[in-house]
Design a protein. Sequence first.
Length: 305
Amino acid sequence: MSTATSTATAAPLTDQRRPTPPAPRRQDGARARSLMVHALSLVILAVVLYPLLWMVMSSLKPTNQIIGDPSLLPTEASLDNYRTALAGIGGISAWTFARNSLFLAVVSVIGTVLSSAVTAYAFARIEFAGRKLWFALMIGTLLLPFHVLIIPQYIVFNKLGLINTFVPLLIGKFLAAEAFFIFLMVQFMRNLPRELDEAARIDGCGHVRIFISIMLPLMRPAIITTSIFAFIWSWNDFLGPLLYLNDPEKYPLPLALRLFVDQTSVSDYGAMIAMSVLALVPVMLFFFLFQRYLVDGVATQGLKG
């Protein structure tokens, strides 16, 4: 009887000791902060995307309304600028410019991936004299501005008779001149366990077989990351073609855009902007198709084998 009474009297005390639920004011404050963060993110996103939106909207305007018209949306949307851009300029079709850009980008990706992967394997897996010194010198080239090399390189290619060809734009890709990509692959290879190499050597594999059969399949995230950046950088390159190409038939898209702007006659800004929008499409498609591998390549840089 006394036990039941003590249990009955203890129950209210236990209920009184339970923690009280959070006050509604705290929940309202958390919601307000979350709304502020989302609103600020939307504002930043609008600022970042505004130039792209302006370019797309301006490509639908007549040329006389692009400059000096503060409105973003076109009063009368038209695809005339795209028709003019696709028709080309100076008797050269827009597909010629696109074909040149695609050729340079694809060959740049192939050359950069092959040369960077082989060089990275040598630095990461092969022991040779002065390896650390050579690797440090290679990394030091990242601090050397491209503009310092313009005149010496132009003199060399001019003496070799390679001006107005694609060779000056592509030969460096096959000679492991891209130190950034080599560094990226070296760091990736260093995270792979050395036991793979040792097991392959026990089975009688040499460096070539280890590189082709073991390293390349495991390096897929790093290779795709390198391919994405190499494609985008080559596709958007303007200074290199401007220096070495003289024939408009060989112009890529970035260099062809300036043909629509002539300071001595009428400039067709509408067609130039329309061509710019069209030039963005392959890059965006290439990025969206392989962005998953780009994230994997960056994420695996912090993993240890």
